[in-house]
Design a protein around this ligand. Sequence first.
Ligand code: ATP
Ligand code: MG
Length: 272
Amino acid sequence: MPSDPTARWRVPEGARLTLAKIDPRAADDAPGDKAATKAASDTLRAELVELQARLYAESRQSLLVVLQAMDTGGKDGAIRNVFSGVNPQGVTVTSFKRPTEEELAHDFLWRVHRAAPEQGRIAVFNRSHYEDVLVVKVHGLAPPEVIQGRYEHIRGFEASLAAAGTRIVKLYLHISEEEQAARLQSRLDDPAKHWKFEAGDLEERKRWPDYQQAFQDALRATSTARAPWYVIPADRKWYRDWAVLTILTRALRDMDPRFPPPADGLEDVVIR
Ligand code: ATP
Ligand code: MG
């Protein structure tokens, strides 16, 4: 019987999380081997599609999924594998790149708030406001006291979204340094992946320990009851996808979206 990855990988509020103690290859609580786990993921995906249809019809609450990872951590793959089959009208995916001039001329939450989900929708953030306490911290693009203040601003921002009916699930896809090497190499070797390779990725890779520290600090400071972080072991893509699907379907089940009842007086109408 698989355990509950929702509880296992959740970062408790105020926890002394140590990322180095979490094995990126962990898969011991998967429902079975790779094939069996993929089959379990198919079942979960079908449930996700059903729950999303209800969420969309109900149009009263929304779900925000924040995805963060080291380069090559699998954000794109997780989005593709988890959300395939979901009604595209009900899901928005926003990728946060280096800020534009206009974005830099505003507070760091401005571009993010605009992309937050409206009622009935699922919004997926491929990178997010967390870049402003990750890459910005690692590269010293803002002074330490500014970054320190941002943890609190993020907590307040997420609390206000939650109070307005947005469920928030934050996923850190946790890969090992060795796995990143292999994935970067395949971006060099595989013609279908060349476009994903950026020379800058190698420079960033040299800062691996700084990034791990920045992630650890950010996850500790911002995992709250209403906007929890989950650390997903992500070296094995099939485990990663199953864990993400498990966490998201549980969140949606708990939100319990319902198809609205028929309007008054329509119960017995028969169209001829
Ligand atoms: P892939 O993982 O497939 O390469 P990606 O998410 O890395 O996709 P890129 O266009 O390669 O997409 O990279 C986006 C870059 O923008 C990242 O290096 C990220 O750190 C950077 N970035 C995002 N937000 C900010 C920010 N607020 N300040 C500075 N840099 C940022
Ligand atoms: Mg990149």
